[in-house]
Ligand binder design. Structure first.
Ligand SMILES: Cc1ncc(COP(=O)(O)O)c(C=O)c1O
Length: 204
C-alpha cells in the first residue's frame, strides 16, 4: 500500500490522498487546511488543560479541526435546536456497512450492528459476550490501557504478550503467543493501528 499526496491541490489545502492497495485505488480530495495551528488551551480539553505546563504527548487526540462536511452537518443539527433521544439514521448504518464491505471485505447485516459510545464499552461488551468468567482474553503489550483493563468487566483472565522489534519494526512474537494461548482463551484484542507503537498491521 502506498500513500502519496495529491498534486492537484495547493500546499495550504493539500488533503487529497491517493491510496493504492492491492485491490483498489481510492481517490479522496477536499479542501482542508492542515497548516493553521488552532489553540485548544482553555477549551476544557484534557489534552492541554489537564496539565497545562506539559507538552501533551501522552494522549492520541487530534489538533486539526473537523472537516467542513462534518462541521456543516453539526451546524445543521444545532440549528434545529431540539436535542432529544436520538437513533442512528439510515445513512449512518449504510456508511458503516459500505465501509466494512469496501475497505474490510466483510459483509455485515444491519441487525448485527450495535452503536456504542466508544471503543472502551465495545471492548467490555465483546469480552462479556464471548468470555465466560474465568476464561481468558489475550492481547499484546504495550497497548492503550483499556485493552488490559476491560477483562475485569467479564471476570476474565488477561494474557498479555509483549510486541517485539523485528528488522527495525514492531511486530508480534508469534512463538510467545503460541506458548501463552490456552484452551480457555476466547478473545484476542488486536489494537490496529497500534497505540503506542505507531504501527499499522496488514494481513501479510
Ligand atoms: C487505540 C485506541 N483506540 C481507541 C481510543 C479511543 O477510542 P474512543 O474515542 O472510541 O473512546 C484510543 C484513545 O487514545 C486509542 O488509543
Amino acid at each position: 500500500m502506498s500513500i502519496t499526496p495529491s498534486p492537484l491541490l495547493p500546499f495550504k489545502a493539500r488533503a487529497g490522498l491517493v491510496i493504492t492497495s492491492q485491490n483498489a485505488e481510492i481517490r479522496c480530495e477536499m479542501n482542508f487546511d492542515f497548516d493553521t495551528v488552532v489553540s485548544r488551551r482553555s477549551t476544557g480539553c484534557i489534552k492541554y488543560d489537564r496539565k497545562p505546563d506539559l507538552d501533551p504527548f501522552w494522549v492520541a487526540d487530534m489538533d486539526f479541526p473537523s472537516t467542513p462536511p462534518i462541521l456543516e452537518a453539526l451546524h445543521r443539527r444545532v440549528d434545529h435546536g431540539i436535542f432529544g433521544y436520538a437513533q442512528p439514521h439510515t445513512g449512518l448504518n449504510e456508511a458503516v456497512i459500505d465501509y466494512l464491505k469496501n475497505r474490510r471485505g466483510a459483509t455485515v447485516p444491519l441487525e448485527q450492528i450495535i452503536h456504542l459510545g466508544g471503543l472502551v464499552p465495545a471492548l467490555s461488551l465483546a469480552i462479556r459476550a464471548f468470555c465466560q468468567p474465568g476464561e481468558a482474553v489475550m492481547t499484546c503489550t504495550p497497548v492503550y490501557p483499556p485493552f488490559i483493563g476491560t477483562h475485569h468487566d467479564g471476570k476474565a483472565q488477561l494474557i498479555a504478550v509483549d510486541h517485539i522489534m523485528v528488522d527495525g519494526r514492531w511486530s508480534f512474537d508469534w512463538e510467545a503467543l503460541e506458548s501463552a494461548v490456552t484452551p480457555e482463551t476466547k478473545v484476542f484484542l488486536l489494537c490496529n493501528p497500534q497505540n503506542p507503537l505507531g504501527r499499522v498491521f496488514f494481513c501479510q
